[in-house]
Design a protein around this ligand. Sequence first.
Ligand code: SAM
Length: 355
Amino acid sequence: MDFYQSPKQISAFDAKFEAQKIAFAPITFQVARCLLKFDLLAQIEAKPGSSRPQLASLVDLSDYAVGVLLDMALSMGLVWQDDQGFHLDKIGHFLLHDEMSRVNLNFNHDVCYQGMFELDKALENGEASGLKVFGDWQTIYPGLSQLPPAAKQSWFEFDHFYSDHAFGTVLPLIFKAEPKTLVDIGGNTGKWALACTRYDAEVEVTIMDLPGQLKVAMENAKDKGLSDRIHGFECDLLKADTPFFKGGDLYWMSQFLDCFSEEQILTILKLAAANMASHSELCILETFWDRQPCEAGAYCVNATSLYFTAMANGNSRMYHSKDLLKLISSAGLYVDEDIDNIGLGHTLLRCRRKP
Ligand SMILES: C[S@@+](CC[C@H](N)C(=O)[O-])C[C@H]1O[C@@H](n2cnc3c(N)ncnc32)[C@H](O)[C@@H]1O
């Protein structure tokens, strides 16, 4: 990691400006969202040099509304202006066209924004205090399939965006060992299970998950005509007496362990180790903030930790790789292979039971 190791080279004047950007961050966030929602950035791109009245006539907003949004868009560096009118600037271009920016923005608006007001309480109490904006659950996971439509769509798009980018690289690595039974722990909507059955004509996949998610995953498998090769295994890995699939060739945990506290991870890994056969492999796909190839990645990963704090469960996070490696070892496992830079900053840890 070649960042966060030295003081920022920045003048006091600029540092004070950066501090103001943080102080106004909720406003700039909503301005960006509204510029997209009301199509203003797209109109400026399509008709460079348009004036404010021209833009107001193109979108469904008053001259006043367009005026306050565009003034702030100038201050945020999203657009620039000349004598004729407004032009899209580079940051505005990415806000408009970059899929990661769209997915992150929607996730933050639809899932996190309101509940994040309770971050201080979540930090004090170790509970997802912001989650009450959606329902009365201890963690977000039993409620995933019951979230309001926009929150549900944005949550799944966020989750899938990152794991989907990794799956293509990971599939050949995973199937090198020709596993016949693959156990997808926290298999969610079944996307990985479906990808595996498409990749390998023989493999049977068992998805372990909470009942609500498992129902969705099994419906997806049925829709694709794969009920005979994708099986459901109901569990709650936070319960001491939860059942666990025994003797699979390959156990798979993708973006899963970050949903748990260190203590819970240790319990889950010990349970996995106890149910693995001597030939079994456990593959963990995670985003560690210290393994990000660039500072932008670490920024997004560290910000996502606070979603876990306020919205997901109050006690989990995106980990530093060393913290997870310690837990893996304490659970009686060792890391056979450790591969960075998969997809958009994922790491694959291939683990086996210690002899
Ligand atoms: C962040 S999603 C991971 C999705 C998927 N593996 C991927 O890579 O996109 C976490 C999954 O873990 C499941 N999960 C959370 N808590 C659980 C628990 N206590 N027991 C079993 N599964 C759980 C959730 O239902 C969800 O499907």
